[in-house]
Design a binder for this molecule. Sequence first.
Ligand code: PLP
Ligand code: COI
Length: 379
Amino acid sequence: MTDTLADSRISSRMFAESVPVVVEDVRRRPAAERNELLADPGFGRYFSDSMFVARWQAGRGWYDARLTAYAPLQIDPATAALHYAQSIFEGLKAYAQPDGSVATFRPETNAARFARGAKRLAMPPVPEEAFVAAVDALVNADREWVPTGPDQTLYIRPYQLASEPFLGVRPAHEYLFLVIASPAGAYFPRGVHPVSVYLSEDYIRAAPGGTGDVKCAGNYAASLLAQEQAIEAGCDQVVWLDAVEKRYVEEMGGMNLFFVLGEGADAEVVTPELTGTLLPGITRESLITVAREMGHRVTERRFSVDEWRAGVADGTVTETFACGTAAVITPVGEVKARTGDFTVGDGKPGPLTMRLREHLLDIQHGRVADTHGWLHKVA
Ligand code: PLP
Ligand code: COI
């Protein structure tokens, strides 16, 4: 039997001002098929039944917002985003809560970052409330796709691209905003296992004045060769250094980095400061708050490869971990560099890394009190 999304809870939703969300009938995949995919979703392989789409045109603004069936887009071969990468994206997750409801984590923060990214790429920003409304509408429609297994989530991918068919180099006059969703298990197939990292000395991710602090598609395309180099060197991930001196650690692949100095209750946490070349991660910001609440001193400052290596050698640096929405918290074990390899601690996940990881997951999955109002109930 096919049921539809014609549901009063969502059909009354608005996107931007005076733009109602049109809810189309969507054929839902049978529960047995869905449950099979949800049993072992991996990351980014399967997509839920619906998607959200809205359009923007110069002189008209946002229009034609709809929840429709997840399906291939029909685009003109001259679509500007395909040529000049005028395109941005976000990543957030919906979490099944113990009371049977579904919540997203700090979606208004993703909305703000998305709007900032749009401005940097000379695109019209999606109003922040409209971004959150679109995510809510999709998660509500496809709530059966929110998996309930341990640490499983529904990963949500909002994105915006220049859809005008035009080959001149200037900001496009037409855009698409889409939201799709993909059930997710662990980002790294080996689970919470320290990753090995390769310090990129040949390539840089972002330079001052560039686009390193926004989530634009081109940043990720430009990162792939260095990531391939890391794999060739036998490592899992690339670690980026600053573009100017190549001395300071910036971030790892699609994640921010943290260093733990010392041990126990007195351990200090250091994370690279936001110089404009790294992404202001929402997980990063949340962990700074959580670590401070646990009584740790947290410092945002520049952190050099030399300090990392020397700290590991003399025992000052006891743990290193990376964090982001997709991967949550991942310990860093081995570090490979032309200037010499080293291993953080005993190469196993550190105690503070694991405590922070558990605590963040407990907040996100509703297992402890949400004292910051970070959870946004959706369905
Ligand atoms: N750094 C980069 C380059 C990323 O792509 C991401 C992922 O979004 C992050 C850091 C972590 O950001 P967040 O915690 O907001 O997911
Ligand atoms: C995320 O953590 O949401 C990301 O966007 C990282 C990666 C999948 C690009």
